[in-house]
Design a protein around this ligand. Structure first.
Ligand code: PAF
Length: 283
């Protein structure tokens, strides 16, 4: 496994791999690798002759007052984990190499990127779309693997890849969970023991909502309200949003009329730690 820091060197490596007929599978990350990331990397080995993992805590997707400064960083440990999971290359650029002096170009996905996460974290998806577009131009992958855990990110990036004619196949990998259902996240390490004990209520509320919809509940607000009740009675978490929305546009639903793909999602704060999770289903 090799570590590359310099974007032009990464581009050269990608060109050489492509010239020799290799397919490149790419897993973008911000490091602090956990079992969810390692599953993505393992899966990637089935999609490419060469697997590239990027490790870059992208400053443009963090808002003021968010956890950019305290986001866990440990390149040596992450690189070793990535290698063990099957990554051939770790691309770990500096912020200065990705956004040099005078940098002025951003990618904005209209509409969908302003909902839910985009409403709570203005500018977040502009940063995500920008860095993933740049990473695709640097790593030149044939296949891009993303986790379903960041459900809205998947929808925004799928739109961006289509709109910008970026010739990359997107593969979405199911969320990896702890035994008690909590979605794996680099931010779980911030939770106090008490918060960690309460946090599984998030997935429990998503499962309850899914079940209500599958059993025939057609009033989306009734489902959202039941989720809010379950979260507030089962934890000290402060709800940012709960959503029952169309799976393609993330437009909030009122009456549910199958056939329909639905994304049930939420964001809840435990102290300063904000957790997100979702379930997608087709009715
Ligand atoms: O999901 C993440 O970790 C980040 O948003 C991504 C896709 C690596 C872009 O910085």
């Amino acid at each position: 496994m090799i570590i590359v820091h310099d974007p032009p060197a990464m581009q050269q490596l990608a060109d050489d791999a492509r010239k020799s007929g290799k397919t490149i599978a790419f897993v973008p990350t911000m490091g602090a690798l956990h079992a969810g990331h390692l599953t993505l990397i393992r899966k990637a080995t089935g999609y490419g002759d060469s697997v590239v993992t990027s490790i870059f805590v992208n400053p443009t997707q963090f808002g003021a007052g968010e956890d950019f400064d305290r986001y866990p960083r440990n390149l040596d440990k992450d690189a070793a984990l990535a290698a063990e999971a099957g990554s051939d290359v770790v691309f770990a650029p500096s912020a200065g190499a990705m956004y040099p002096q005078g940098y002025a170009t951003f990618v904005s996905v209209e509409g969908i990127a302003g909902l839910l996460e985009g409403q709570s974290r203005p500018g977040h998806f502009r940063g995500v779309a920008t860095v993933v577009a740049k990473l695709c131009l640097i790593v030149k992958p044939h296949v891009l693997l993303l986790g379903q855990k960041d459900g809205q990110q998947v929808i925004v990036l799928r739109r961006m890849l289509m709109d910008l004619n970026i010739p990359v196949r997107l593969v979405v990998v199911p969320t990896v969970r702890e035994k008690d259902g909590l979605a794996m996240s680099s931010r779980n390490v911030y939770l106090t023991p008490g918060q960690r004990e309460e946090a599984p209520v998030l997935y429990a509320s998503l499962r309850m909502a899914e079940q209500r919809l599958r059993e025939g509940e057609r009033n989306a607000e009734t489902v959202r309200s039941a989720m809010r009740d379950m979260i507030t009675s089962g934890s000290h978490g402060v709800i940012d949003y709960v959503s029952v929305a169309r799976g393609d546009t993330l437009e909030e639903l009122s009456v549910i009329a199958p056939p329909l793909s639905v994304m049930i999602s939420l964001a809840v704060r435990f102290g300063p730690t904000r957790l997100i999770d979702n379930i997608s289903l087709t009715l």
